[in-house]
Design a protein around this ligand. Structure first.
Ligand SMILES: NC(=O)c1ccc[n+]([C@@H]2O[C@H](COP(=O)([O-])OP(=O)(O)OC[C@H]3O[C@@H](n4cnc5c(N)ncnc54)[C@H](OP(=O)(O)O)[C@@H]3O)[C@@H](O)[C@H]2O)c1
Length: 336
């Protein structure tokens, strides 16, 4: 975790609402908020679902965490949960490429959250966007440094049927438009693929991205690059932009970019016991080059980023500890 200490923040005793509290990123944010003394109102779709149990076990949860039932399309549910909060962390979103399940809930849900936050007159809303809303533009020159000024090309996303990234970009644009119209102080964190230990009992999409290289479900790796960041840095970025009065606009939350070939190499070095692919699925074309990026804006707020190899290590260790990956069978001894 980066060494920024914001524990003395004057807002650390506030009541804040976290949407989708049981998810991978949100669980960590709830954990840190509770540790810092906040009172947290988490929204979940079903408070009675055992998949929320890890939240109730967090330090401070008994005294300062309440769970509220709210789907993103349920404006009244969101309104009740947000009313009485000083701030909102809007993290809930479908994470799917299915058009119907993705776009409408992400966009209308974000609109609902901003309207409810405006009505509750909260101090600030932090919205979790995605790098999918930023870097996907086939017409951008490879010399461009990708940062907070960039947006993905919506027409390209539509043509590619990349509905997750399309939905995230439309949701972020909706958040900006609604916040402007209603005078809401909005700050946006834009994480890339997030790695690290899980608090929740299931494998979310970004952890699944690594799990597939360990459990034998893929035999090759793709000829593509991916940007990564550690969950603890992602968590801290959200809290920093909430607490720092000078924070404004968008914050690209990225540590490094790796080709899939580099990811499997690091994994194989750290965990040689797993059947990690060694071949690229594309042996014809040259290796895809990483794009240039800047995370200077978050560094200017005091962030220091954890190296990606630590994120990969922590992900696998956590999957092992939670029993979410089988330990590979021991090698059969040659009896001859
Ligand atoms: N993990 C990453 O690498 C990454 C990178 C960039 C951005 N993000 C963004 O970060 C946020 C959290 O992602 P995550 O990785 O933590 O995913 P996750 O573990 O799948 O969490 C998603 C959360 O959103 C909730 N949700 C989904 N659809 C909903 C709906 N219609 N109404 C209410 N809640 C709904 C889920 O609730 P249920 O449990 O009920 O389904 C869950 O709590 C998302 O906005 C995602 O786009 C993630």
């Amino acid at each position: 975790m980066a060494p920024v200490d914001s524990s003395n923040s004057p807002v650390a005793g506030e009541t804040v609402c976290v949407t989708g509290a049981n998810g991978f990123i949100a669980s960590w944010i709830v954990k840190l908020l509770l540790e810092k003394g906040y009172t947290v109102r988490g929204t979940v779709r079903n408070p009675d679902d055992p998949k929320n149990d890890h939240l109730r076990e967090l330090e401070g949860a008994k005294e300062r965490l309440t769970l509220w039932k709210a789907d993103l399309l349920d404006f009244e549910g969101l309104k009740v949960a947000i009313n009485g909060s000083h701030g909102v962390f809007h993290i809930a979103s479908p994470v799917t490429n299915d058009h119907e399940q993705m776009v409408e809930p992400a966009v209308q849900g974000t609109k609902n959250v901003i309207i409810a936050a405006a009505e509750a007159k909260v101090r600030r809303v932090v919205f979790t966007s995605s790098s999918g809303a930023v870097y996907l533009d086939p017409n951008r020159s490879p010399d461009v440094v990708v940062d907070e000024s960039c947006w993905s090309d919506l027409d390209y996303l539509k043509t590619a049927a990349n509905w997750y990234c399309y939905g995230k970009e439309m949701a972020e644009k909706t958040a900006w438009a609604e916040a402007k119209e209603r005078g809401v102080d909005l700050v946006v964190v834009i994480p890339v693929m997030v790695l690290g230990p899980l608090l929740q009992p299931y494998v979310n999409a970004s952890i699944g991205h690594i799990l597939k290289y360990l459990n034998g479900s893929v035999k090759t790796y793709a000829n593509s690059t991916q940007a990564y960041v550690h969950i603890k840095d992602t968590t801290l970025a959200h809290i920093l932009v909430y607490e720092k009065p000078e924070a404004s606009g968008r914050y690209f939350c990225v540590e490094s970019l790796l080709h899939r070939g580099e990811v499997v190499e690091i994994l194989a070095k750290l965990f040689p016991e797993y059947p990690i692919p060694t071949k690229c699925s594309d042996e014809k074309n040259p290796r895809e080059k990483p794009f240039k990026f800047s995370n200077q804006k978050l560094r200017d707020l005091g962030m220091e980023f954890t190296p990606v190899s630590q994120g990969l290590y922590d992900t696998v260790k956590s999957l092992q500890e939670k029993g979410l990956i089988q330990n590979p069978s021991p090698p059969i001894l040659n009896q001859n």
